[in-house]
Write a protein that binds this ligand. Sequence first.
Ligand code: ATP
Length: 291
Amino acid sequence: ARQFTRPLNDLANQFNTLLSAIAGAERVFDILDEKEEKDAEAIGDNRPAIKGEVVFSNVSFSYDEEKSRQTVEHVSLHASPGETIALVGPTGAGKTTLINLISRFYDANEGVITIDGIDINQMGRDHLRKQMSFVLQDTFLFQGSILENIRYGRLDATDEEVEAAARLANADSFIRNLPNQYQTVITHEGNGISHGQKQLLAIARAMLANPKILLLDEATSSIDTITEIRIQEALSRLMEGRTTFVIAHRLNTIQKADQILVLKDGRIIESGDHNELLKEKGFYYELQNNI
Ligand code: ATP
């Protein structure tokens, strides 16, 4: 999963550029007349809200130009709005790569990925990524206050909205126990914020962004039991009504998923829900004993 955080760190580096661009944009909007302002609104964020249907049609992808080795091979899938799709399979099977393709950190070489019937290559990366939030193993936090880090989910959110999102994410109580509460500055060392607490911040950020699509990579490293319970509860709340792709490690997550896609060597070798896959007595059945 590590290569997935690299593009996000690049994104973090662009964050300051982004902030100054926003400041610049605000100055521009000051001098627009009323009619233009309305137009800008109309073409800006007033695009129709998506439902979150995600379809892969025969998607293949290779990290190397020569395409000597396909990392994703002829993958087709259909996620209805609000469904949870668990991606399981051995290390290197291509789970992270699938998520990288949905978010266009890489583009498929073959086949089409659509969201609500629209080819994601036609959507533009910025617009596309506004439709999704990420909760990954390594939460991307930048040097800034907790408030700012959560607000990254939606830059125009008020302090009250940030705090409401933190409450929904079960993050509010640990934040209030920090010396400077929401104003506590996160340093690169993480100043004592645990791995699990970082996940809660990522969940708060996603709550605030309120997207229709969620991309999750469940933690494998040990998190204390109480934080783990808080994370699970907050995640269920977050996943409600959103299409979720989860690289799943916890049996409970996998069992509850609407669809389980078993990946091996870049291919979907089995799919179905937990009971269907157990009946098949195939790879998933064997895998169960090793999760
Ligand atoms: P894990 O559970 O270990 O995270 P995964 O199922 O998520 O595994 P991927 O991370 O998608 O698998 O990797 C699939 C294959 O693609 C692996 O062989 C990996 O080495 C390779 N790969 C991943 N990222 C890159 C990259 N940026 N460049 C080249 N090869 C890569």
